[in-house]
Design a protein around this ligand. Structure first.
Ligand code: HGY
Ligand code: MN
Ligand code: MN
Ligand code: MN
Length: 428
């Protein structure tokens, strides 16, 4: 009979911080932009190299490794009751252009190290433990955020839409997936869907990507909810023409329509009635992009979020209304207003929040409950499994830029809380 093997003197759990730091640094070298920035795009040559690096680390930790058709990578440590639903943990390693080396990576390399910590300790998992590296949490290449975890959670409409999705070099999704040895068709993609109950719990370790923990000198964030993200693609079309010859009253400038809509996004977010509403126009392209040619086409992509889904949806409505008014007023055609995703928020499972809190307590780490304003793979794993997230502080809350930084002490604290939380959930 297996009495629970439990790390009783948790303080002696040891994290190999030098190897972990070295791995974070090595992984960051698989990048399409020069250090200290990191750019690692779905199915690119650097992404494939980074995947190989992670699979190798999983194998070195004695995990049995498998991949699904969209490229989610799983590393399993079988428990002594392998028929029970496993406990899973993980995050992503893809990186948006010119970003940092900790976003997502801490939750993948840190999860593998958490397994090493438990093995070093002689812990025997009851429920198997599975580390997941999710494919493409960032929307960079095909405009879809959390592609891997959305598919694990099951999304037929997404599989269909991928069949006609191309990136900005006009490469189709399936051509890119095939080039990285993953899915060839929709049927293989649908085989990725997981059944409800596949996991008894999912826990993600991630940098906060906000300033609160550092400002308040708190070591661990216990996430209680993840904000509701949405993204919209908009295309305007006007007549364009010669910048010198066309007089102002005769213009229908698609560039100015986009600029006015971008300001409207800011206005609607500011006037939502809550500080929790945000709106960003991170992509704004003008065609033909010549100084002396009036933009005949404009393409903008809008990211808007809120912890309150209803309030966020009102902002989306107002943005749509503004786009129609601007096109009317300026005689510019609104070619397309496409809501790419409009996701509900997710709540963490109470029992997992408790496990993370008691793990922090037992490790004598200060901690606080908080919401995540960034989205994560946890947002979609919450659709098929009880979910929890552990935050660690990051320098000035910087993220999605090369100055992103988390100290090895904070990463070590996060790994220990993750290891102890996984141990508790595995014995549950
Ligand atoms: O944008 C986000 O919230 C995530 O970091 N990709
Ligand atoms: Mn035993
Ligand atoms: Mn990110
Ligand atoms: Mn992330």
């Amino acid at each position: 009979i297996h009495e629970p093997h439990f790390p009783n003197s948790v303080s002696s759990m040891s994290v190999d911080i030098h190897s972990l730091q070295k791995q974070i640094d090595e992984l960051s070298t698989f990048s399409d932009t020069p250090a200290p920035s990191v750019t690692r795009i779905l199915y690119s040559e650097k992404d494939v190299l980074a995947r190989r690096y992670v699979k190798n680390l999983m194998r070195l930790s004695g995990l049995s490794v498998r991949e699904d058709f969209v490229g989610n990578i799983f590393g399993l440590w079988e428990g002594y009751e392998p028929e029970l639903a496993p406990v899973s943990t993980g995050s992503h390693i893809d990186a948006i252009p010119y970003s940092g080396k900790y976003d997502g990576v801490v939750g993948v390399l840190g999860a593998i190290e958490a397994i090493n910590v438990l093995k070093r300790f002689g812990f025997k998992p009851r429920r198997s433990l599975e580390v997941i590296m999710f494919t493409s949490e960032e929307p960079t290449r095909f405009g879809i955020s959390c592609l891997g975890s959305r598919l694990l959670a099951g999304d037929e409409a997404l599989v269909k839409s991928l069949d006609r999705t191309v990136d900005n070099q006009n490469v189709t999704f399936f051509h890119a997936a095939r080039s990285a040895d993953y899915a060839n068709d929709q049927e293989e993609l649908s085989s990725v869907f997981l059944k409800e109950g596949s996991y008894s719990a999912f826990v993600e370790l991630h940098i906060e990507q906000g300033p609160i923990l550092e400002e308040e000198g708190i070591s661990i964030g216990i996430v209680t909810a993840i904000a509701a993200p949405a993204s919209i693609k908009v295309d305007f079309e006007g007549n364009g023409g010669h910048a010198g010859a066309v007089l102002m009253p005769n213009r229908n400038d698609a560039g100015l329509a986009a600029a006015e809509l971008a300001l409207a996004v800011e206005k609607h977010a500011l006037e939502s009635g809550s500080i929790d509403t945000v709106g960003t126009v991170g992509i704004l392209n003008l065609h033909p992009g010549a100084i002396n040619s009036i933009p005949s086409k404009s393409h903008l992509e809008i990211d808007t979020r809120d912890i309150d889904e209803y309030r966020r949806n009102i902002v989306i409505e107002k943005i749509h209304q503004s786009a129609l008014n601007i096109s009317q007023k300026r005689g510019v055609k609104l070619l397309d207003f496409k809501i790419v995703n409009q996701d509900p928020p997710a709540l963490s499972e109470k029992s997992i929040v408790k496990a993370m809190e008691s793990a922090s307590q037992e490790l004598n780490l200060t901690h606080k409950k908080m919401i995540s304003r960034a989205y994560h793979d946890s947002l979609f794993m919450a659709r098929i499994s009880p979910m929890g997230m552990i935050f660690i502080p990051c320098y000035k809350g910087y993220s999605h830029k090369p100055e992103e930084f988390a100290s090895i002490e904070d990463i070590t604290n996060g790994v220990k809380v993750l290891a102890l939380t996984l141990a508790k959930l595995s014995l549950h």
